[in-house]
Write a protein that binds this ligand. Structure first.
Ligand code: SF4
Ligand code: SF4
Length: 210
């Protein structure tokens, strides 16, 4: 028995076969071309953690506490400025008063809630808290990111420090000093005298034309 609808469908399939095959081969060739091009490129990925990436100087990584390089004493004087400035309030410091200087009796930092804003580094008067060129504390257990004073000091010895210290950041953001008053007065006077000269010459011009 004749089936006109089936015949029509077969005819349509036959007509689109070669264009479809052409499109498919074109797509496969383009995809293989991309694969071939990338085969000879230098990979951008590294075999972490066996190979470590070199971070730029301004990398803002995990926070740490520092020791004085000469005296080996803790730099933190327990002033609590970092605690006051921290937006999410993840730093808690307890001061220990001593005869010559103060210390941090306890210092805790909840790294899991840190915004990495660097404000604590910026306000620290003794460069005691800094950022390191590392994010290696990544973990699936939040409790490991509640850092106490000992852990923060260990991190400070473990990784390379980032460029920023409180002293460096404050110096960078201080506006340039104005020129001494005497010099600015001389400059102003010089400016006035030249304008005065301009006026006199124009006056001279007026008189000559007149
Ligand atoms: S980097 Fe910002 S959020 Fe993190 S501890 Fe310092 S001040 Fe707080
Ligand atoms: S880290 Fe710096 S700002 Fe924070 S308590 Fe210690 S000395 Fe003060």
């Amino acid at each position: 028995m004749d089936n006109p609808r089936g015949d029509k469908r077969n005819r349509q399939l036959g007509e689109s076969f070669w264009p479809d095959l052409g499109n498919l081969l074109g797509a496969v060739t383009r995809a293989m071309g991309v694969t071939l091009r990338n085969l000879f490129r230098k990979p951008v990925t590294l075999q972490y953690p066996t190979v470590k990436r070199v971070f730029p100087d301004r990398f803002r990584g995990v926070l740490a506490l520092t020791y004085d390089k000469e005296t080996a004493e803790e730099n933190c004087i327990g002033c609590r400025l970092c605690e006051y400035v921290c937006p999410p309030q993840v730093i808690k410091v307890e001061m220990l008063k001593a005869e010559k200087r103060n210390f941090a009796k306890t210092f805790t930092l909840e790294l899991y809630a840190c915004e990495f804003c660097e404000l604590c580094v910026q306000v620290c008067p003794t460069d005691a808290i800094i950022m390191m060129k590392s994010f290696d504390l990544a973990t699936s257990d939040r409790r490991e990111l509640l850092l106490d004073k000992d852990r923060l000091h260990t991190i400070g010895l473990q990784f390379d420090p980032s460029w920023a210290t409180g002293t460096g950041l404050r110096a960078m953001q201080t506006p340039p000093k104005a020129a001494p008053e005497g010099k600015s007065e001389v400059k102003a006077a010089t400016g006035e005298s030249s304008s005065a000269t301009g006026e006199s010459s124009s006056a001279t011009g007026e008189s000559s034309s007149g």
